[in-house]
Design a protein around this ligand. Structure first.
Ligand code: GDP
Ligand code: MG
Length: 280
């Protein structure tokens, strides 16, 4: 009886230490939300982080957009604490675009501070809202540097296709090219979302998701809906993409109605943690 008690005590005293140790070393997967200007990155970050909180997941939200005037969420880590676009305009006599480019490059110098802030947040998952203009993040040297250097945790890129823009097959194919270009910059596991689904009829959502799953369906729509140079151009782009072997799942979501968030979360979990919950 005594022995059992003492061995129980031992277990009890060890447990907190083990938990603390596990907590310090736990994985903190990071999802980078990327897409063209206005594709819904910030609102999606807000909606999904709220959804995770309601599902009792411990989430940290990072704003990497130095030019953001207003955000639909309260960031736990904010690049605007380190880089101020207004100051850059004043100090270097730059216009807003020049200052945004300079700010995007300067973020790379703040990587240690931002990493420390993220680690201090000690969350189960980190969502990173990237700069409004995608090219500032994806097509300058600083973006891939930041993605590579920002902690050693598992990462995923979440690429947003704006549903309203994607109804036209030519726009859709152009966006596929952009997403392939983004993949080619980061070489991280990449997911694809059809954002703002509440703005288009369900029939259109099904057509677009079918294009992603089935290149033949996309080719048929190109032939039916486009003509002349647009048809030729889309057909050739589509064939080039087929040659690259790019095939992906497009998950319809809405940051207004929360449609698709369960599906997105399940896929993200699979990519980031091999199917486990973010929390242990
Ligand atoms: N109806 C609807 N509007 C959206 C949705 N997501 C974003 N928006 C709107 O689209 C605009 C651009 O969104 P924002 O998140 O700022 O895009 P970002 O530039 O990619 O960060 C804003 O006016 C949002 O309110 C959505 O799921 N549904
Ligand atoms: Mg934004």
């Amino acid at each position: 009886m005594h022995r059992q008690n003492s061995s129980n005590r031992k277990v009890i005293t060890l447990k907190p230490t083990q938990t603390a140790h596990k907590r310090r070393n736990k994985a903190m997967p990071i999802a980078f939300i990327i897409g063209t200007a206005g594709s819904g990155k910030s609102l999606f970050t807000a909606a999904f982080s709220e959804w995770l909180k309601v599902s009792k997941q411990d989430v940290a939200v990072v704003n990497l957009d130095p030019g953001a005037l207003k955000l639909p969420y309260s960031p736990d880590v904010d690049v605007r604490n380190y880089v101020d676009v207004g100051d850059l305009m004043e100090k270097y006599g730059l216009g807003p675009n020049g200052a945004l480019i300079m700010a995007a490059d300067l973020i790379a110098d703040e990587i240690e501070n931002i990493t420390k802030d993220i680690e201090a947040a000690n969350a189960d998952i980190v969502l990173v809202d990237t700069p409004g203009q995608m090219e500032l993040f994806a097509f300058r040297a600083s973006g891939p540097y930041i993605v590579n250097e920002l902690t050693r945790e598992p990462k995923a890129v979440v690429y947003l296709f704006d549903a309203v823009f994607s109804i036209n097959p030519l726009n859709y194919v152009s966006n596929m090219f952009l997403s392939a270009a983004v993949y080619n910059r980061f070489f991280q596991p990449q997911m694809h979302l059809l954002s703002k689904c509440d703005l288009i009829p369900e029939k259109e959502i099904n057509t677009i998701t079918d294009w992603a799953a089935n290149p033949r369906a996309l080719m048929d729509s190109i032939e039916q809906k486009l003509e002349g140079t647009k048809r030729l151009f889309s057909r050739n782009m589509m064939q080039a993409i087929s040659k690259l072997g790019i095939k992906f799942l497009l998950i319809p979501v809405s940051a207004k109605t929360n449609q698709g968030l369960i599906n997105f979360n399940a896929t993200l979990e699979r990519i980031l943690t091999g199917g486990e919950k973010y929390t242990y």
